[in-house]
Design a protein around this ligand. Sequence first.
Ligand code: SF4
Length: 442
Amino acid sequence: MGRAVPDQGGRGPCAKKEQQATKARMDQRTRERLPVLPVLQRIAAERRKSMAALLEGARNAPPGQAFECGDDVFRRPAPGTDKQHAMVWAEHAATGLRRNLTREERDSFWAWAAIEVLSRTGIRVEELLELTHQAITSYRLPSTGELVPLLQIVPSKTDSERLLLVDPELADVLSTIICRIRMPDGTVPLVPAYDSYELTWTPPMGLLFQRTVAGQNRAFTAAGIREVIKQTLEATGLTDATGDPLHFTPHDFRRIFVTDAIINGLPPHIAQVICGHKKIDTTMGYKATYPTEAIEAHRAFIARRRAARPSEEYRTPTDEEWDAFLAQFEKRKVSVGTCARAFNTPCIHEHACVRCSLLRPDPAQRHRLIEIRDNLEARIIEAKREGWLGEVEGLRVSLAGAKDKITQIDQTLAHQAEAVELGMPQFADLAGRSITTARTQT
Ligand code: SF4
């Protein structure tokens, strides 16, 4: 009888068991954190705004005087008692706690920025730290001239670059970051960063994740990102299954991104490309669901796709087909906005665009929707008066649709009012001078 061979060198049944236990632990982390991500995002955004308001209030208050912010009362220290004159401090009137508002505002901003970028892109923390203002690029659709913003992820763990689509929310976050780090002359400061994989310092670059420490612009480190996220998490009061405070590492956002994308129907091989994984096994290892669920969802997706798309379409498109594809963007234009139905599919809602969820209303056509709404209200009154009760129900549905589109436009306009014009990026040398200017002078 031979004896069982013990595990050697990390291979064998013990290593496999360890791997499975790690995967189960990571899946549990993701399952716990995925539902609370919106809470974390909301609190990070609220904390950034309230800290900015508190700092602004303190700056406007005369030294030694009290000022209010929300329900709290603070007092600026008397002249000459600020620990560092570059920092703004305030004392909470009720508790007497002295707070460094400059640092708290700075950290709350970068926590919000890191949480937003990590959760909306699924990039690694080292890729986040390497993002520069030049990583934001765009592609112009040849037919409509529409600009599609893209984010270029430079190699970190792998050698292959990749491009991610920038949605409007992510574009807002990136523009807010650039506005914050820009110098008065509009240039983005160039800072060196330490590459923990190569164990070298990189040349100075216009990194997006940089902050001012003791009057100097310095690149963020992974530890710095973890620290500011931890501070925001403490403000949320979220707890895990055992009742302990919930922790998020930057990699948790990546696992959540993959899980959420695949659960919502993104094919795993597309998620693999977006995440920059060489093997699909790695992507699926990130997804916190059971294999049976993944296999069934994938098979259902393939079945749906094959039913909708005949096999002859799995080939290189002809020039005519490509032109037809590009032309679809022009054909989507309707009087009150843009139709978002899939390419080469007919309208199945009898062109009742005001009632259709696929309509993306155009803010420029708001007046037209107001006219439609007023007209519908008048027709409902008329129908009731004349006893055409069969029409009233349908008119009410259309009225609700028109009101909904007007609300969507108002929300978009309110959102756009907060957006900022970025202009063209410029370069600065280490002394902070604009390189363009320096060249002109020589
Ligand atoms: S009804 Fe809907 S699907 Fe049809 S054209 Fe209008 S927006 Fe597009």
